[in-house]
Ligand binder design. Structure first.
Ligand code: SF4
Length: 213
């Protein structure tokens, strides 16, 4: 990315971290994968239990592979050979984990986390699950406000995730949301987290660059 544009994106990150802080959500900015991993290790107690939400960002940043090398008990939803029943059990166990890692569909500059789920396991865990939530996000997830967050999901996140998951939904072909009624629709639960009572619960780590959808 052009250095001038990057400077603007860094300003947006710092502005958004200030917005998150007002909502009792912690924000950090790291400039490398190594620093991301160091921050994750700082936040998760050694040998704690962990779980993750479905996330392209966690794949692209190598976070899933990193977590598998650490001394955590990992309820790994991506482990090979899982049956539908196994996956359901892992989603339930995630609520008991010491820490839950995920990304979100958008983060507003005033510090709101916006997520849209199909089955709802991620948003449920984020709302009322583990005592520690770690959100990993590229600066492409930052939007001005909630209407822009909704638009981002309809125009970018959901269509791209449908392509990735090969769901057969119409937005794969239209390139944007048409409010489908397809059984495989991935937009079912629309959740905004606007504040936390516990100021030590949610931690958002921005990584320098564009990751995920
Ligand atoms: S509601 Fe349907 S058409 Fe709209 S983004 Fe979600 S899956 Fe695609």
């Amino acid at each position: 990315m052009d250095a001038h544009l990057k400077k603007i994106m860094h300003e947006k990150v710092h502005h958004t971290i200030a917005g998150l802080k007002k909502n009792n959500i912690n924000g950090y900015f790291v400039t490398s994968i190594e620093d991301l991993q160091t921050k994750i290790k700082e936040l998760i107690p050694a040998e704690g239990t962990i779980a993750v939400g479905g996330s392209q960002t966690l794949f692209e940043t190598g976070t899933l592979d990193f977590l598998r090398t650490q001394p955590y008990l990992f309820f790994d939803r991506y482990a090979p050979g899982l049956t539908a029943a196994d996956l359901k059990e892992i989603h339930r166990k995630a609520f008991t984990a010491d820490a839950y890692l995920c990304s979100v569909n958008a983060i507003t500059e005033s510090g709101e986390l916006y997520s849209v789920d199909g089955s709802g396991n991620r948003v449920a865990a984020m709302i009322y699950g583990p005592d520690k939530i770690i959100v990993v996000a590229g600066y492409n997830k930052i939007v001005k406000d909630l209407p822009d967050a909704i638009t981002r999901n309809r125009e970018i996140s959901a269509p791209a995730n449908n392509v990735r998951l090969n769901t057969g939904t119409p937005c794969i072909h239209t390139g944007s949301c048409i409010d489908c009624k397809t059984p495989s629709r991935i937009c079912c639960a629309y959740v905004t987290i606007g504040f936390q009572r516990d100021p030590n619960r949610i931690h958002v780590i921005f990584i320098d660059g564009e990751y995920g959808y």
